[in-house]
Design a protein around this ligand. Sequence first.
Ligand code: PMP
Length: 351
Amino acid sequence: MNRFWSPVVRSLTPYVPGEQPKVENLVKLNTNENPYPPSPRALEAIRAAAGEALRLYPDPGADDLRQAIAGFNGVAAENVFVGNGSDEVLAFVFQGLLHHELPVLFPDITYSFYPVYCGLYGIDYRTLPLAADFTLRVEDYLVPNGGIIFPNPNAPTGRLLPLEAVERLLEANTASVVVVDEAYVDFGGESAIALVGRFPNLLVVQTFSKSRSLAGLRVGFAVGDAGLIEALERIKNSFNSYPLDRPAQVGAAAAMADREHFDRTRNAVILSRERLAGRLTELGFEVLPSAANFLFARHPGRDAAELAAALRERKIIVRHFRQPRIEQYLRITIGTDAQCDALAAALEAIL
Ligand code: PMP
């Protein structure tokens, strides 16, 4: 019974993930998955690992995977931390911010898991409003704080903070950790991993769920100064020493090594995004510039909730957030060109 748990648990407001419907034949453009299959090399490695070896515990240090991520990003394995999806990496990051005297800062419109973790761990936080065009204003963050976290590109807007601005933030904010959540960076951003050597308080979080088509495998990682990473390891080992299973470790390492598949599929997504942005603009939508694998768009003449419902009747699902300031926007994941065409045709019929 609920009443047997603590008052904190009784008042939790958990994150509500996007729908994963069981229905077949849906055009599923609601949770920013990649429309292309994972690297065949990753699938082969996963199949090979999903056998008799499952009798054995996985490598608690995930050394081969960390080495593969380090090699790809031009850092050392001691700069890499891995977890079960970047959601778990972020959970460890927020645990690292426990008991800070100052509030953690993040934008008012952003990945809605951040306030959930703060609620769970009892972390004080302050949200800072984005500018009218939904960009992040670095100068607002230059106040004493217990840490700064933001996605780049931001979610659910897709807006990118240029790397020079991230650098400016790091130059001014040296007393607390700065976490850049780069779940979508491979679709048009420049990674802050390039700055890790210069800033010991920088932690960059990335995922295999989007640009590497492995959302179902649950692998995410963080890159940062060896000291920051070592602390995350201690947090992890205080919770579960084996967060990544054997298939996940080898599958993700193989995906990292398949540069050709990665470049081909992400470039296809970027081209489809620009094509769909053009189509939506023709249909009268205002489309925010996006550096991610989704578009954030509103139609001045039509209610977003009604549009989402009308699309759903036509078996197309997109995401609609009932949050102030963005309740008239739809977040549309970039699918294949055929899926994007189906969406555009449905919208044309609805409007
Ligand atoms: N960060 C952001 C900004 C996201 O949108 C997501 C995906 N919902 C995540 C992190 C988590 O992704 P995953 O746990 O699949 O790595």
